[in-house]
Design a protein around this ligand. Structure first.
Ligand code: FES
Length: 170
């Protein structure tokens, strides 16, 4: 009788210890999985590109790399039509900010300053100074990357209020 009671106690204790070990193991495994899925700090840092547009002249185009893609930043001059649904306003100046990937088959359109168009060499598609498709096969305007504005600095990769307002206008 006494032996059975001790044995039951032992089995119960071993069962509890096993349960605790399993719970700790599961928690450790979940933590490990979460760490595997979370982007590395370097990836998060690489996802943001800061561009100071303070020195840009009207009509000037800047090319920057953002998440391994090219982005065009065009400071509009007086000849370029304003577009309230697409222009990014920084300190009262209008900018076109677009990902340089043609919406037809993904070629990189080139800025043609003399004609005021982004021209795609692959099939002749054209986009105006706001990045809107105006000629050829591209079905939609050039995409605007997420951005926020901090003074005269554009932060590509952050969804600021100005970006959300543009998206809401579409
Ligand atoms: S890929 Fe640009 S027009 Fe076809």
């Amino acid at each position: 009788m006494e032996f059975n009671a001790n044995r039951r106690g032992f089995i119960k204790g071993a069962g509890t210890a096993l349960g605790v070990a399993a719970a700790v193991g599961t928690a450790a495994a979940l933590y490990g999985m979460k760490r595997t899925w979370d982007p590395l700090p370097s990836v998060i840092a690489a996802g943001v590109t800061e561009v100071d547009v303070a020195g840009m002249q009207p009509g000037e185009l800047k090319r920057v790399e953002y998440r391994r893609q090219q982005v065009y930043i065009l400071k509009k001059d007086e000849q370029m039509a304003p577009n309230d649904k697409r222009d990014v306003i920084v300190e009262g100046e209008r900018y076109t900010i677009v990902i340089a990937i043609c919406t037809h088959f993904g070629c990189i359109p080139a800025w043609n300053a003399s004609n005021g168009v982004f021209k795609c060499a692959c099939h002749g598609g054209e986009f105006d100074t706001s990045g809107i498709n105006v000629f050829g096969p591209p079905p939609t305007p050039l995409k605007i990357p997420p951005f926020s504005i901090n003074g005269t600095t554009l932060v590509l990769g952050e969804e600021g209020d100005e970006y959300k307002q543009l998206v809401a206008l579409k």
